[in-house]
Design a protein around this ligand. Structure first.
Ligand code: ATP
Length: 262
């Protein structure tokens, strides 16, 4: 089967241990991973269908999709829903069929449908019903599929989410990822500091207190900013005062992002 023009093959080394917090999601994924085994087939378990991850930007949805594929040793295929709709009338349906055929030919694999809310949440009348038909095709395939294609769909919010996607029997489970709790912020900061300075032991509780409302991505950005400070001041280590100084920068970039709407 020819490689689909709307599918992108993703190389990744991410693993669940790179994800701070989201313990319920990680435990659930472990359970579903074991459901791919021969033993599970003999036991009569159905093959897992997929999971829908909904949450604000930077809360680890893409990271989770990557960690699933890498830790389950499956190829990761990312579907660009926007590209499904580019082109001539009827082309979208053909591309959808091609996508499904390609994913099945790669199974076992992870099919990551990124920004599913943006792709299918538009006004169906404005595109002559194309997005409705494509969504219906995808959902029928998901409901009937017998192959080991695990679908990970990610979305920023439920406002624009077509109701069909939320109905039972499409995904095995839907997870709402929130901004991290204080305990989760602690783990995320610790992870990003340890990734860069494995032997560093600094108190981070105070950073946790000053980062309420930060996403995982913003916490990572804070640690990187602190490293820039350390580097320019010729200081060896990431110290707490540098990280605290860096936390001041992030709310600014956050406001800019909101104003620019990206
Ligand atoms: P978007 O909706 O913008 O695509 P997302 O939820 O997919 O956002 P990611 O792309 O997964 O967010 O996050 C970006 C980066 O932020 C990750 O690669 C990771 O480095 C860091 N990050 C986010 N959440 C976490 C987390 N829970 N633990 C550790 N790192 C995290």
């Amino acid at each position: 089967v020819a490689r689909s023009e709307v599918l992108e093959y993703f190389e990744t080394q991410a693993s669940p241990s790179d994800i701070g917090g989201l313990d319920a999601l990680k435990a659930w994924l472990d359970q579903r991973h074991s459901a791919f085994s021969d033993e599970a087939r003999k036991f009569g378990l159905p093959l897992p269908r997929g999971v829908l991850l909904i949450g604000p930007q930077g809360t680890g949805k893409s990271l989770t999709a990557k960690a699933i594929a890498h830790s389950w040793s499956m190829p990761l295929l990312r579907l660009d829903v926007g590209r499904l709709f580019a082109g001539l009338v009827g082309a979208s349906e053909a591309k959808t069929r091609e996508t499904i055929r390609y994913a099945e030919s790669m199974s076992p694999c992870v099919l990551w449908i990124d920004e599913i809310d943006k792709g299918f949440g538009g006004d169906a009348r404005s595109d002559g019903g194309t997005s409705q038909r494509v969504l219906a095709n995808l959902l029928t395939w998901m409901a009937e599929k017998k192959s080991a294609v695990f679908v990970v769909a990610t979305a920023n919010g439920i406002e624009r989410m077509p109701g069909e996607l939320l109905r039972k029997g499409r995904f095995d489970e839907i997870f709402l990822l929130d901004l991290p709790s204080p305990q989760e912020r602690f783990k995320i900061l610790e992870l990003h500091i340890k990734q860069r300075r494995p032997n560093l032991n600094i108190p981070i509780e105070i950073v946790v207190d000053r980062t309420q409302g930060f996403s995982g991505a913003e916490l990572e950005q804070t640690v990187i900013e602190a490293m820039h400070y350390a580097f320019s001041e010729r200081r060896d280590l990431l110290e707490t005062d540098l990280i605290l100084a860096a936390t001041q920068l992030i709310p600014l970039s956050k406001t800019a992002k909101e104003q620019l709407d990206f």
